[in-house]
Design a protein around this ligand. Sequence first.
Ligand SMILES: [Mg+2]
Length: 317
Amino acid sequence: MDPREQWSGNVLDRARGALIGCAFGDALGAGYEFTYPAPSDEIGMIGGGIGPFAPGEWTDDTSMAIAVARAAHSGLDLRAAAGLDAVAAGFLDWLRSEPKDIGNQTARVLHEAGPDAASMARRASAITGLKGGNGSLMRTAAIGLAYLHDPEGCADAAALVSDLTHDDERAREACQIWSSAIRHAVLTGTLDGARAYLDGVAGSTRSYWSPLFDQAETGSPADFASNGWVVHALQTAWWAITTTDAGAPTHAHEAMERAVRAGRDTDTTAAITGMLVGARWGASSLPDDLVAMLHGWPGLTAVDLGDLAEGIVASTR
Ligand SMILES: [Mg+2]
């Protein structure tokens, strides 16, 4: 039996949507990074930005998510040394491609890390100054797909993959929340997973994050304007998701556009938004003409991302 047959077509479409949604938001936001689009501006797949990127080209967010996805696709457990070593090797492979854009914190770690996960995480914990960038949250699209049967495994893997480059409690927690939400969305087709995860974790984590989710639902981007910080990036994504029409079939695209309109780190906030709304609504909910434009390192297209996602689900834990 094809191992994918244990899952319905809807689950597979939503799994494809997690990775393709990440790339969609990333490429949509790429042309607007560090700007604040006016309300009258149309948001298009225009390319440009600080790459400059081609229209439809994804950036570091999706490329790093692909490195994680490929390790999961090979059947390795991302909680084990071999799985984390494969992720670390994927990051370094991408670094050697001389990417057009790389986050400051990630660059400081990758340029001086050894070839394995343990040395990469050691390097991450040795850097000083601000360490809570959004660079680990932006690459979480595939982690939930690898643990559809195992919610604890999903959260543990999310933490360990975050720790490779981001030695920060809030970054780790954000990756756990979002990976759990994506896992839940793929399984159920709902957006309930983030709050459900918080309901089940230690009180200190819940009491930190729950008010921030409340604020995102009722506030405005000015309340979480430093969205290069993982906490404000997650809030921007949650704001974009919960202040657009969550009952409309066009919700995924609209939420990503809204994330771009919040401004600043637009590719990353839209990628974070896109991986969850893509997992909720499925790849088939996204406009075909724009999905067909998606491409990027390492020479992949949206079809390849979807196949990668299905392959992970076929061997999910
Ligand atoms: Mg980027």
